[in-house]
Write a protein that binds this ligand. Structure first.
Ligand SMILES: Cc1ncc(C[n+]2csc(CCOP(=O)(O)OP(=O)(O)O)c2C)c(N)n1
Ligand SMILES: [Mg+2]
Length: 517
């Protein structure tokens, strides 16, 4: 057996079952090792950001890491932005990067870069494999770190990949990585017990999955606390039968006013919220020093247990408090009519999205109304752009679909962001992924103009106009999509969108609708 086979077999033994890859010569031994087994499926991405974004979507939905296989420093560099989003999402992700043979590296070959330095910017665990004998151990450690909601990066020199090894020796990493800090649960319970005290709980990570949310609905019914979800959740379960959550607003002034009325804030699976950008005269932090703050501390896999312990210590009623009005009741918006606007597009989607849909939203300025309009839609999963690095939506939708092939995926997608990783459509076609992409074709980088206007800048100058305009030439989404193997249509009215979306949802496989806004 070779080192590469040892790596692949070890990963497969640890239940890694998919590999998003864009390999080069240095990684071909690992590709050949994939040939010799049947447990890991390999998926080609035509740009590294497709592989890393897909692995992020896969990790969010599957709850276990996908493997990513990229070529040296340049391949990793191309995949970094979506690894950054994956890091912010706390997605489990096992990243394997080839390295030149150890004996060749001193010659400074043309592709050589400081791979570890690059990896360090996005990986909470990283290691360069030192000898073939430790390749199994390194793989075990990397996957164990990934399972803690981390991007882990293992860099593997080519000579170690092809070196012979005699034995498979992997012990699973002990569960010592798991923890649940009971004191933090008690502190949270104390805050919730204070009478006449307004408390908000901000949920994210594992706390915004179904189990955590249902527990927190009980806690809310028992204590009157408000439930918020972070502005850009990695994954939140929502819709009819699930708790109604407030979302922390994006703009600082709105976020501060949403949170300032609370004397205490409890964080579960999320960090203290901060402004996306520093706006002069506006705060970085939304919370103030007078507000009491408690972080419930648990490893991702124990967070729901921590919430259960919180509910128990409050003796919250075990019954789901439906009557208390904490859960959404099924109610869809009316189908709108007339010329499409972002608001109407969101309403059509919320009116038609099927039960169990996974909605991947990277619609930037076009989805302002979607979260609210879909609050009482049938139960669904919502995945946001966690790290602000655009070009995440199409690959993330691909990965989510491969993790959950029985569920429809709907990608509400801004046009400018879509162009960063548009190649992911080709992989969607190749894998027959059941993803419907709704392009918000406003033919501009609208957010940049909006931010300028908010900063009180007058009419944009020539350069500002040009650098935020996508209309010259117009992107032809129908042709782009068809060229990548995904059938497509263009609509500019709400009625046509409803008809096209209804038709698309009735068929399996990928489809793209350009919504002219
Ligand atoms: C990787 C990366 N590059 C650039 C940016 C800066 N940026 C943020 S939004 C945006 C344009 C978004 O345009 P589009 O996707 O069309 O959405 P719209 O604003 O039109 O709704 C840009 C360039 C970023 N956030 N991430
Ligand atoms: Mg746009």
């Amino acid at each position: 057996m070779t080192g590469a086979e040892l790596l692949v077999n070890t990963a497969a033994e640890l239940e890694v079952d998919i590999c998003f890859a864009n390999p080069g010569t240095t990684e071909m031994p690992i590709v050949e090792a994939l040939d010799k087994q049947k447990r890991i499926r390999s998926i080609l991405g035509l740009f590294e950001g497709v592989c890393t974004g897909a692995a992020d979507g896969y990790g969010r939905m599957a709850g276990k890491p996908a493997m990513v296989l990229l070529h040296l420093g340049p391949g990793l560099a191309n995949g970094l932005a979506n690894l950054h989003n994956a890091r912010r999402a706390h997605s489990p992700l096992f990243n394997v990067i080839g390295q030149h043979a150890t004996w060749h590296l001193p010659a400074d070959p043309l592709l050589a870069m400081d791979v570890e330095a690059l990896a360090g910017t996005v990986s909470e665990w990283k290691r360069t494999n030192k000898t073939v004998e430790t390749l199994s151990r390194d793989t075990v450690d990397a996957v164990a770190a990934a399972l803690q909601g981390k991007v882990s990066t293992l860099i593997v020199p080519h000579d170690h990949q092809i070196a012979p090894v005699n034995h498979i020796s992997f012990e699973k990493t002990a569960d010592s990585l798991e923890y649940l800090d009971q004191d933090s649960v008690e502190s949270a319970a104390k805050l919730l017990h204070k009478s006449g005290h307004k408390t908000a709980v901000i949920l994210g990570g594992r706390a915004s999955r179904r189990r955590g949310l249902m527990i927190m609905a009980r806690v809310s019914a028992a204590t009157g606390c408000s439930l918020f979800v972070e502005t850009f959740p990695s994954r939140v379960e929502r819709g009819a039968g699930l708790p109604l959550l407030e979302r922390i607003p994006y703009f600082p002034n709105q976020a501060v006013s949403a949170l300032s009325g609370y004397e205490s804030i409890i964080f579960a699976g999320t960090r203290e919220p901060v402004a996306f950008f520093g706006y002069p005269g506006q705060p970085s932090y939304f919370l103030n020093d007078q507000q009491a703050k408690v972080h419930i501390k648990a490893s991702p896999n124990r967070m729901e247990d921590a919430l259960e312990a919180l509910a128990d210590s409050l003796a919250a009623t075990k019954k789901t408090p439906n009557a208390a009005g904490k859960l959404a009741q099924l109610k869809r918006p009316e189908l709108p009519a007339g010329k499409l606007t972002p608001q109407k597009a969101s309403a059509v989607l919320a009116a038609l999205q099927p039960e169990g849909a996974i909605v991947v939203e990277e619609a930037i300025t076009s989805a302002g109304d979607y979260f609210h309009l879909s609050m009482s839609a049938p139960p669904h999963t919502y995945l946001a752009l966690t790290g602000g690095a655009i070009g995440q939506g199409i690959p993330c939708a691909l990965g989510a679909s491969l993790a959950c092939p029985d569920r429809p995926v709907i990608n509400l997608q801004a046009d400018g962001s879509a162009m960063y990783t548009v190649q992911a459509l080709w992989t969607q076609a190749r894998e027959a992924a059941n993803v419907k992409t709704l392009i918000c074709s406003n033919r501009s980088y609208a957010i940049l103009r909006l931010e300028l206007a908010r900063a009180g800048k007058e009419l944009p100058g020539e350069h500002t106009s040009s650098l935020t305009d996508l209309s010259n030439p117009e992107l032809n989404w129908v042709e782009l999509s068809r060229g990548l193997g995904v059938p497509a249509a263009r609509v500019d009215t709400a009625e046509d969108l409803a008809q096209e979306l209804g038709r698309a949802l009735a068929e399996p496989g990928p489809y793209l609708i350009e919504m002219v806004l």
